[in-house]
Design a protein around this ligand. Sequence first.
Ligand code: SF4
Ligand code: SF4
Length: 401
Amino acid sequence: MEYRRFGKTNENISVITLGGMRFKHGWNLPRNHLPAESVKNCIEIVQKAIDLGINHFETAYGYMKSEHLFGKVLKEIGVPRKNYKMMTKGAPMTGGETRKLVEEQLNALKLEKIDFYGWHGINNEERFRTAIQKGGPVEELHKLKEEGIIGHIGFSTHGSLDLITKALETDLFSFVNLHFYYFFQRHLPAVELAEKKDIGVFIISPNEKGGMLWNPSKKVRELCAPLTPIQFNGRFCLSHPQITTLSMGIHEIDQFEQNISILTGKNYAKDNEYLNVKKAVDNPLETLSERCTLCDQCLPCPENINIPEVLRFKNLLKSYDMIAYGKYRYNMLEEKDHWFPGAFASKCTKCGDCLPRCPENLQIPTLLFETHNELFLKWNYFKKTIYEFLKNVYKTLMKKN
Ligand code: SF4
Ligand code: SF4
């Protein structure tokens, strides 16, 4: 295993983190009921992680059974406390809620202290303000830190570069969990700012959100050869010395091999094999016509379309045939609220507001409609709409009774 210093926390953690959001039946209610199969799955995975030298586990209150599973399993296996660091997250809205929530999380994790606590989801301005308000959650987390209950305070984010920059500039945080991958490099300035401020950088879901790399297109697979897409993207991330760790939601034993094979023990930024692959992978995007440079200048759109993100999918489709990934991410729009904001591209009214702002002179509405037609899953949308409708009817009936 390789280890890196996690910014100003000064802790050395493994460059691979075991993310705990996918254990078997882990999302079923109730959160503290642990089926034997879930426990068995978690024991196998945690034991293997420890054997491989992984010393950092990541969970969240929002991951349903995950904290309870880690709590039970780490005790059952008997992992000495000094041998691992635990990160958990939560999104309490007030100072009072914060203390109560952290107590509940400590109980679930069966720990006296949480090494890294991240405010979960600084995703938009409103949540940012809520988190850092006077007397609010982050202030309370700092009190808990002074009391020795929390080791270090950070935040996770699915928000824009501007928002991440603002949050980093507050100097309230020692680490940040964000998106940054080969196929999504928009947050590089945030990664660089984090380095300047000595803030540890944790990469969220590099294999899935980073491009669904366990199910790559034929073109991606061929361009990455002789590396696998997972190896290529992992080495791309680790070629940035600012990045400390990559979180892998491993939940099957055979997933360890492909993730561990990212590691070479070399200087990733200077490794010839990696650099040759990168040159090959760079080429299709660099030579793409009608390429969106993700400069954000077309925003805001009055219909709340996240134009650069939709056109990023278009770039990836045209350059790398990334259809499965495009469908997976695009169809999360209008469903995940602030976790993945923006309307479907079909909501474009062709008002033309964005056109004069685009330095590439792209025909934005045409490209948006094309992307929508290629990625939108009608049947899925229909099923989700029916499901939401029935859920609301059920809730109304329950209220009446
Ligand atoms: S043309 Fe479409 S994408 Fe552009 S600003 Fe108008 S609604 Fe938004
Ligand atoms: S202004 Fe043009 S190039 Fe920039 S993000 Fe918008 S569509 Fe892409």
